[in-house]
Design a protein around this ligand. Structure first.
Ligand code: C2E
Ligand code: MG
Ligand code: MG
Ligand code: MG
Length: 293
């Protein structure tokens, strides 16, 4: 491991960084280099957000309209090109860098909402993913308030996505923090629902607006009868708690048809639109494309 390599290097009295790299295996070296570069990425302006639409599925006047976007973080690395979150989010969390980067994400979404509202008149809500580290940070609601105030954005245009495991880590703290964000006017949803462990008693106490069904349950619809049963049960649970349901990972018309038949409210996935840079979202932002607020 990296620790062992550094320890033995120090024991040998050779505190040379190059030496550590040579002794470490390639994975550990890449990880250390990535961590080092992530420390500089924010000030170098290498992070960007891509936006993926959510579509209103339920029958009615809003059917087929865009109901919102989700902001997804990308790292534009000078040599590696566009790097996906699975390659760096866990490092940001472990190093604590997710706190400043997470604040940048919120500020950048606010800035983008300002640009879009100037361009198109109205903007649908934009969802931001939060990490466990951010939720565990007592200063989160205040930091959010300061960023949103400074940007002058309507808090109702912001949504936060949190996973079940994050919420259940310290549910009482989550109830307080979510309550604060809710009182600021933001929307709240549970991401990847069904993959974690959640207590229904707490689900009722969190001031939530939506559940997002994880894409692993959607993938084999409608053929897989277990996934179909789980999806229907989640939709029914959500509706009885007065929550909206969004299905993730919708890739085919068969997925769309099944989810419509089960009464799912909104869908998101490659079939509707891949995450794209803000400049490529203009067709979706035309007033006739948007669901009414
Ligand atoms: P997530 O929030 O559950 O986001 C959905 C992921 O599924 C995204 O991956 C999206 O590109 C991908 N996806 C969307 N539609 C489809 C589809 O039809 N098929 C398939 N196979 N995949 C689809 P991405 O962008 O790589 O993000 C992965 C995860 O990284 C996110 O999962 C979220 O947990 C995390 N993440 C992304 N941006 C941020 C951020 O700004 N902050 C934090 N804390 N986490 C983030
Ligand atoms: Mg999400
Ligand atoms: Mg998700
Ligand atoms: Mg996920």
């Amino acid at each position: 491991s990296a620790d062992t390599a550094m320890y033995s290097a120090k024991q040998n009295g050779r505190n040379n960084y190059q030496f550590y790299l040579a002794e470490m295996n390639a994975d550990a070296a890449l990880r250390l280099q990535t961590e080092h570069q992530l420390h500089l990425a924010l000030e170098r302006g290498e992070f960007e957000l891509h936006y993926q639409p959510k579509l209103r599925l339920a029958a009615g006047a809003q059917m087929g309209k865009i109901s919102g976007f989700e902001a997804l973080l990308r790292w534009r690395h000078p040599e590696r090109g566009l790097v996906a979150p699975f390659e760096f989010i866990s490092i940001l969390e472990e190093t604590g860098l997710i706190l400043p980067v997470g604040e940048w994400v919120i500020a950048e979404v606010c800035r983008q909402i300002g640009v879009w509202s100037a361009q198109y008149g109205s903007v649908p809500p934009v969802a931001i993913n939060l990490s466990a580290r951010q939720l565990g940070h007592a200063g989160l609601p205040q930091a959010v308030r300061a960023i949103v105030d400074a940007a002058g954005v309507d808090p109702g245009l912001l949504e936060f996505e949190l996973t079940e495991s994050m919420l259940m880590e310290d549910p009482e703290a989550a109830v307080r923090i979510l309550g604060d964000l809710k009182s600021q006017g933001m929307r709240l949803s549970v991401d990847d629902f069904g993959t974690g462990y959640s207590s229904l008693a707490y689900l009722k106490r969190f001031p939530l607006d939506a559940l997002k069904i994880d894409r692993t349950f959607v993938r084999d619809l409608p053929g897989d009868s277990d996934d179909a049963a789980i999806t229907k049960a989640v939709i029914s649970l959500a509706h009885s708690l007065n929550l909206k349901v969004v299905a993730e990972g919708v890739e085919t018309v068969a997925h769309v048809d099944a989810l419509r038949a089960y009464g799912c409210d909104e869908i998101q996935g490659y079939y509707i639109g891949k995450p794209s840079p803000a400049a490529e979202c203009s067709a979706l932002l035309q007033p006739e494309s948007l669901a009414a607020a």
